[in-house]
Design a protein around this ligand. Structure first.
Ligand SMILES: Nc1ncnc2c1ncn2[C@@H]1O[C@H](COP(=O)(O)OP(=O)(O)O)[C@@H](O)[C@H]1O
Ligand SMILES: [Mg+2]
Length: 420
């Protein structure tokens, strides 16, 4: 995946190369293994020629290179186009994501993996969805059971994006987790799927860089709850929450409205009680973020903290159905157990803030894990061990920021190893 217009530097038309340059025509070559000169500049030049003609896909052998157009070509992905690619070998038609989908499908029953890589914002997640859409469109329907499961797999994407995507400096809808989607086939029809997620970026739950935001779902929830529901959870507007306002960007509801998120959950069989539980955990995270502390001098020169206001602790404890004293103790002291003895050591102010943030991160990460297994419990139907499989890997993008977080470093490292 390549983000935006490819930069070309060394090679411009008419600029001095000693040898006659291969004529790439006005729209370049479809498969770059056909280029006489295979080096960075010629590859980029070819991509540039094509991009300027609105051709965002190019092959390099069996690899598809996509350049993000940042604008939709509505005619490029319809059912008709999908049907054209179905059953055609790679290279028979112009480069397209659907060609990759078709090639993977044709290569069944041996297990297939589509690996999607690229910089943050280059279009990996959109491409993952398009491959999935292709499979959903062309795979012969195995009856209504298959149609339902296919719809459920498609509905899982916006749901996961609400909880696992956020606005970053690079992408308004950046995936902050890795996703490995396995789609199972039997007698040609889709019979199930399994999602594996890994490396959810947890630091974002408690802190955001300037211009960035927390996970979409918080803003969508606050934008979508009625006044009565908000007061039931003790919630205010998004701007009032420390966990939402640090990036100082707007706190508008976001990409998907709360109502469509609810209906996606319904399609996936998330019950009303479970949906209520989700709101309680999200609200508790927000309340926790507004817990603040004052320094307190204890006896023997020891430093401790006192909680600035009990209200937030009480709300969080109430929503999580835990004791507020226990929660208070957990964020102001450390408990050590030795044999039958329990020792409570007071925390300093930095440690108390860390304890609060660690709790919030664990809550949200637990919710995300739960959501993925909940989705899997619906889409991963039994008896898939003998099914055929196409997997799509959408790992989140590498970034090279002025200051990379530890988590970003792990992502970059994982990416580099994937390229090898
Ligand atoms: N094939 C495409 N056609 C049109 N717009 C696209 C396409 N791929 C990506 N985009 C645009 O780029 C944005 C970022 O893409 P995304 O898939 O989220 O990037 P990544 O997952 O690589 O970080 C999308 O929100 C969308 O606006
Ligand atoms: Mg993504």
């Amino acid at each position: 995946m390549i983000k935006g217009k490819p930069q070309t530097f060394a090679l411009q038309p008419g600029e001095g190369s000693l040898r006659a340059r291969q004529d790439l025509g006005s729209s370049g070559v479809e498969d770059m293994t056909m280029l006489d000169d295979l080096h960075e500049a010629s590859l980029l030049w070819n991509l540039r020629l094509r991009y300027d003609k609105g051709l965002i896909y190019t092959f390099a052998g069996s690899i598809l290179i996509a350049v993000n157009p940042y604008k939709m070509f509505p005619d490029a992905y319809g059912l008709e186009v999908a049907k054209q690619y179905a059953g055609r070998p790679l290279g028979a038609l112009p480069p397209h994501l659907f060609a990759i989908g078709a090639a993977a499908h044709a290569a069944l029953p041996s297990p297939q993996v589509v690996v999607i890589s690229g910089e943050s914002g280059s279009g990996k997640t959109e491409s993952t969805k398009l491959v999935m859409q292709y499979l959903a469109a062309v795979v012969p329907g195995g009856g209504s059971a298959s149609a339902v499961i296919t719809e459920q797999i498609l509905e899982a994407a916006p749901l996961l994006e609400a909880f696992g995507n956020a606005r970053t400096a690079r992408n308004d809808n950046s995936s902050r987790f890795g996703k490995y989607l396995e789609v199972y086939f039997k007698s040609g029809a889709i019979v199930g799927a399994k999602i594996t997620q890994y490396l959810l970026e947890k630091s974002r739950i408690v802190t955001q860089a300037p211009g960035e935001r927390n996970y979409h779902v918080f803003y969508e929830m606050l934008g979508g709850l009625s006044e009565a529901e908000r007061s039931k959870y003790g919630l205010l507007e998004a701007e009032k929450y420390f966990y939402l306002n640090q990036g100082a960007t707007d706190c508008a509801s976001g990409r998907v409205d709360w109502a469509s998120l609810q209906s996606a959950m319904q399609v996936l069989g998330v019950s009303e009680g479970e949906r209520e539980g989700i709101v309680r955990v999200l609200a508790a995270v927000l309340h926790l973020g507004n817990v603040y502390f004052h320094r307190r001098q204890l006896r023997h020169g020891q430093e401790g903290v006192e909680v600035g206001s009990d209200a937030e602790i009480k709300w969080a404890a109430h929503l999580l159905h835990i004791s507020d004293e226990g929660l208070h103790r957990a964020v102001t002291s450390r408990t050590t157990e030795a044999r039958a003895e329990r020792l409570h050591t007071p925390l300093g102010i930095d440690q108390a803030l860390d304890a609060r943030d660690a709790f919030a991160k664990a809550l949200y990460a637990g919710l995300f894990n739960w959501l993925v297994s909940r989705i899997n419990s619906i889409v991963q139907k039994g008896g898939t061990h003998d099914a055929h499989r196409i997997s799509i890997l959408d790992i989140f993008g590498f970034e090279d920021l002025a200051e990379n977080s530890f988590e970003q470093m792990c992502i970059n490292y994982a990416k580099e190893n994937l390229q090898l």
